[in-house]
Design a protein around this ligand. Structure first.
Ligand code: HEM
Length: 209
C-alpha cells in the first residue's frame, strides 16, 4: 500500500510540473482557473479540486502521456483459453500484461498523441470527458476490473491538490542550466530519467492560509 501509493503520486506530480514548465500557456490557463475559482486570498483546498475542470484535465493528460504504471496486470496468468475481440487467443497458463503506454500513445486512439493538450478532456473546448478510473480502456492508468488500483481517488485528488498549490503560489520557469529532458525510465514506476529541475518565482498572492 505504502510503496504503491507514494512513488506513483510523487512521480506523477513531477511529470505534471515538467509539462507545465514546457507548456507555459497551459500553466497560465491553470493559474487563471485558480484565480477565478479560489481567488488570491486563500490557499487551494482538496474540496476545491472538483470545481477545477482544467486542473483535472491537466492531471489526466499527464496520466496519458506519462502513465506512472505503464504496464498493467504484472504477472497475471490466464486460467483458461481466452479469445479476444480481434480473434487472437491467449492460451491457458500464459502470463499476459496490458501495455497501457502503447494505448495512450496510439495515434489511432488519440489525435496528436504526442502533444500535451489538456483541452482534449474538456467538452466545452471540443474534447471528451474521459473517466480515467477504469471505465474507459483508452485511458486506464490505474488498471481496470477486479485488481484496479484501490488508491485511484486518493492518488488523483492528492496530485491535483499538490499541483494546484504549487501553481497557485509560484510561477514555474525552465532552469536554463539544467533543461528539462522528458526521457522516461521504467523502475518500479515510470520515472523521469533526469529528475526535474525548474525555477520557482513566488507570485506574492495575499494568502492567509
Ligand atoms: C497517481 C497515483 C497512482 C497511480 C498512477 C497508480 C497506478 C496503479 C496501477 C497501474 C496499478 C496496477 C493495476 C493493474 O495491475 O491492473 C495499481 C495497483 C495498486 N495501487 Fe495504485 N496508483 C496510484 C496511487 C495509489 C495510492 C495512493 C495507493 C494507496 C493508498 C495505491 C495502492 C495500490 C495497490 C495496493 C495496488 C495493488 C492492487 C492489486 O493488485 O489488487 N495506488 N496502481
Amino acid at each position: 500500500m505504502i510503496f504503491r501509493g507514494t512513488d506513483t503520486t510523487a512521480l506523477l506530480t513531477e511529470w505534471v510540473m515538467a509539462e507545465l514548465v514546457l507548456n507555459p500557456d497551459v500553466q497560465n490557463k491553470l493559474q487563471e482557473e485558480l484565480e477565478l475559482v479560489v481567488g488570491s486570498k486563500r490557499s487551494v483546498r482538496d474540496s476545491d479540486v472538483g470545481n477545477l475542470p482544467y486542473l483535472q484535465a491537466v492531471v489526466k493528460e499527464a496520466l496519458r502521456v506519462h502513465p506512472p504504471g505503464p504496464l498493467l496486470s504484472w504477472a497475471r496468468l490466464s486460467t483458461s483459453d481466452v479469445e479476444l475481440s480481434n480473434g487472437m487467443v491467449v492460451p491457458v497458463n500464459t502470463t499476459a500484461m496490458v501495455n497501457m503506454w502503447a494505448i495512450t500513445h496510439d495515434s489511432k486512439v488519440w489525435e496528436e498523441a504526442s502533444k500535451f493538450k489538456p483541452e482534449r478532456f474538456i467538452e466545452s473546448m471540443g474534447g471528451t470527458n474521459v473517466d480515467v478510473r477504469g471505465n474507459d480502456l483508452r485511458l486506464a492508468p490505474f488498471g481496470a476490473g477486479r485488481r484496479v488500483c484501490p488508491g485511484k481517488n486518493l492518488g488523483l485528488v492528492t496530485v491535483s491538490l499538490w499541483v494546484a498549490k504549487l501553481v497557485h503560489h509560484f510561477n514555474w520557469l525552465p532552469n536554463k542550466e539544467n533543461p528539462i529532458d522528458l526521457t522516461e525510465v521504467l523502475k518500479l514506476s515510470s520515472e523521469m530519467k533526469y529528475p526535474l529541475s525548474a525555477v520557482a518565482l513566488p507570485r506574492n498572492l495575499l494568502l492567509s492560509s
